[in-house]
Every structure is written in structure tokens, then in C-alpha cells.
Design a protein around this ligand. Structure first.
Ligand SMILES: C[S@@+](CC[C@H](N)C(=O)[O-])C[C@H]1O[C@@H](n2cnc3c(N)ncnc32)[C@H](O)[C@@H]1O
Length: 192
């Protein structure tokens, strides 16, 4: 996938750009439940155009976003201009945040495409402060040739890494996607 090329119209999808107030409100409400209740440091990996970064910043969190695509990072910087947020070009699997720890590592629709998801999860756990959490939003998209990571596989990878793993099914909430969906979509909040 050429993410630099995809960047210009990435936000046209309802759940990407969150332009529809109903869709945006649905994601804002979930983010309120998934992120730590008090403002902290959030690392948004594979942040894309920064739509979830913005929701986190609006809740008072300080955001660091990382994406491999310079075009995505440029759009995220513009979207969060004036906010307490920085965006870096880098690999989500080994983000360029030396000596930093976070209260939440947020990853939406990225883990499934990494070459070694288990290794990435282990690395991300090491970036958390005590009491921190992983917030992972993933799924399996399409029915004829599905791509993604099933919740069952993700929870198996998290089992040795986290003492508390909560899976939330997202397929039934059409407001999140701007349409009805019948494939597997879910979020996981994992606390080591
Ligand atoms: C489906 S988009 C999701 C964007 C954003 N997380 C969201 O939910 O709106 C996937 C994003 O991951 C980025 N990406 C893909 N592989 C990556 C990697 N190894 N490291 C960092 N970013 C990556 C792409 O550039 C793209 O912006």
C-alpha cells in the first residue's frame, strides 16, 4: 500500500476523517472510555492524518504521533496545529521515541499490517509507564478475501503481556463506520 498516495483522500472515509458529527461523536465517546481518565501522554502509532490524535488532544492528552508516511504526518501536523502534539516520521514497530514512556499507546488499523505483530506488542508494552495501557483498534475486513487480525489471535498474543485484556466488539455500532458493517471490528484495551 502506498500510504503517501492514499493520504490526500484518506479522510474521505467516514471513520477516517470523522467529518460527520455523528461518527465523530461515536469515536469521541469510545475514546473517552478507552483512554486514561486523567490527561497524560498518548503515543498514536500509525497515526495517519491524526483523527484519533485530535480526539485524544481534545481530552487534554499530550500526543506524540508516528507514521511511516511523510504525507500522512504532514496532514496530522496541520490537523493538530496549535495543540500539544508532535508528529514524527518513523516505524510503528520501533517508534523513534528514545527514553520516553507513555500512559497509553494507541494503534488503530495498523497492527494487522506489521510483519511481526507479536514483536511490536512486546515493544509497545515496554513503552508504557506503570499503570499504562495499550488501546488497539483492529478488525478483519472484507468477506471474499479478508485481511486483518482476528480478535482471538490478538488476545492470544496479548495473554503473556497483559494481566487485564478487555475486548469490545465494534461491528454492531454503525455510527462508528458511517454505515452498517458485517465483518469483524473490535477494540482491545490491555493493561500489563
Ligand atoms: C489504515 S491507516 C490508519 C491511520 C490511523 N491510525 C487511523 O486510524 O485513522 C494505516 C496507517 O498506518 C501507517 N503505517 C503503515 N505501516 C506503518 C509502519 N510500519 N509504521 C508506521 N506507520 C505505518 C500508514 O502510513 C497509514 O497512515
Amino acid at each position: 500500500m502506498d500510504w503517501d498516495r492514499a493520504a490526500a483522500d484518506f479522510d474521505d472515509e467516514p471513520d477516517h476523517g470523522l467529518r460527520d458529527p455523528l461518527v465523530r461523536g461515536a469515536w469521541a465517546a469510545r475514546m473517552g472510555e478507552w483512554l486514561p481518565p486523567r490527561p497524560g501522554d498518548v503515543l498514536d502509532l500509525g497515526c495517519g492524518t491524526g483523527s484519533l490524535s485530535l480526539l485524544a488532544a481534545e481530552r487534554g492528552h499530550r500526543v506524540t504521533g508516528v507514521d511511516l508516511s511523510p504525507a500522512m504526518v504532514a496532514l496530522a501536523r496541520a490537523k493538530l496545529s496549535g495543540r500539544d502534539a508532535v508528529f514524527l516520521v518513523g516505524d510503528a514497530a520501533a517508534p523513534p521515541v528514545p527514553d520516553r514512556l507513555f500512559d497509553a499507546v494507541l494503534v488503530r488499523h495498523v497492527l494487522w499490517a506489521l510483519p511481526d505483530p507479536g514483536r511490536a506488542l512486546r515493544h509497545w508494552r515496554g513503552l508504557l509507564r506503570p499503570g499504562g495501557r495499550l488501546v488497539l483498534v483492529e478488525g478483519v475486513w472484507g468477506t471474499t478475501s479478508p485481511v486483518g487480525i482476528p480478535a482471538e489471535r490478538l488476545t492470544a498474543l496479548l495473554a503473556p503481556l497483559a494481566r487485564d485484556v478487555r475486548v469490545e466488539r465494534l461491528s454492531d455500532d454503525a455510527r462508528l463506520w458511517g454505515k452498517e458493517v458485517d465483518d469483524e471490528r473490535y477494540a482491545v484495551v490491555a493493561v500489563p
